[in-house]
Ligand binder design. Structure first.
Ligand SMILES: NC(=O)C1=CN([C@@H]2O[C@H](COP(=O)(O)OP(=O)(O)OC[C@H]3O[C@@H](n4cnc5c(N)ncnc54)[C@H](OP(=O)(O)O)[C@@H]3O)[C@@H](O)[C@H]2O)C=CC1
Ligand SMILES: Nc1nc(O)c(N)c(N[C@@H]2O[C@H](COP(=O)(O)O)[C@@H](O)[C@H]2O)n1
Length: 230
């Protein structure tokens, strides 16, 4: 099935953590990197996060630069890319910032296990896609997003969704800012959590595309080898 070109962007500490053991948003990127992320958002059709990130950080996922929002409008687009939350059980609060802040489309992807009254309530705030029985079926979701005209999809975490999307062969590129701090803690989320692998032969292999110094850290851009075809 056709799917969008999909890339993950994240910021991690030198020891691979994307947050602390409190699992709340923590500033890892510097000013230049936040600006790079803003441009990535502005040049995407949609920005996606998992429900874990919404419950932890309550992000708005909007384009912060007015100039970039204007550029999108001049190109016939909405100010912000579509904001997508992957949320099997429809746990997202109706008061979440993704609904309150900025103009543009919102999509909540649920599974058949989501309570129908909450799904109905969500329909006043967002397009709702149902994909999968217990948890969201990510390949089905990707196909549905492509059908809705999403050609370029940015995934902004968190740890569980990053892994699940990559393991499912749905990710083409990964960029990660590695900041000059160590967070530690065995329960702090890493760039990729999920189940992980048992053998080296199961590893997801990458090709390094770019490595650039930025702020007090470095941005690494990787191409995912043999990801599922678009
Ligand atoms: N530094 C950075 O760049 C970033 C850091 N973060 C940090 O990451 C943390 C949040 O990450 P995490 O807790 O892992 O949450 P995620 O945002 O990765 O959301 C995970 C949830 O997505 C839902 N989901 C639905 N379908 C699937 C599927 N098929 N596969 C996997 N998950 C699915 C599940 O909940 P359900 O079963 O209910 O649907 C799952 O628990 C926070 O601490 C946040 O601050 C987040 C983003 C960026
Ligand atoms: N790129 C990046 N660098 C960091 O240091 C971060 N902490 C994050 N966090 C992500 O940004 C989201 C917040 O977005 P809004 O500012 O609310 O639009 C947050 O939820 C993480 O996804 N990213």
């Amino acid at each position: 099935m056709e799917r969008p070109f999909t890339f993950i962007n994240s910021a991690m500490s030198a020891d691979g953590k994307i947050s602390t053991k409190k699992r709340k948003q923590v500033k890892i990127s510097g000013k230049t990197d936040f600006d790079r992320v803003d441009e990535l958002r502005a040049s995407s059709d949609a920005v996606m996060v998992g429900i874990g990130t919404v419950l932890a950080d309550d992000p708005s996922l909007t384009v912060k630069s007015e100039e970039r929002r204007r550029r999108r409008v001049s190109e016939g687009k909405e100010e912000n890319p579509a904001r997508i939350v992957v949320d099997s059980k429809a746990r997202i609060p109706l008061t979440a910032d993704v609904f309150k802040k900025g103009v543009g489309k919102r999509i909540v992807v649920v599974s058949k296990s989501a309570p129908s009254d909450k799904v109905e309530a969500l329909k006043a705030k967002a397009d709702v896609i149902v994909a999968g029985g217990e948890e969201v079926d990510l390949p089905v979701m990707s196909g549905e997003l492509k059908k809705r005209g999403i050609d370029r999809l940015m995934v902004e975490g968190g740890a569980t969704l990053n892994w699940a999307m990559t393991r499912a062969g749905l990710v083409d590129e990964i960029s990660v800012f590695v900041g000059n701090l160590i967070i530690g803690g065995k329960t702090a989320p890493t760039f990729m959590d999920g189940e992980g692998i048992s053998e080296r032969s199961e590893a997801i292999e990458l090709d390094l595309e770019k490595c650039e110094r930025m702020d007090e850290g470095v941005v690494l851009t990787w191409r995912v080898r043999s990801s599922g075809s678009k």
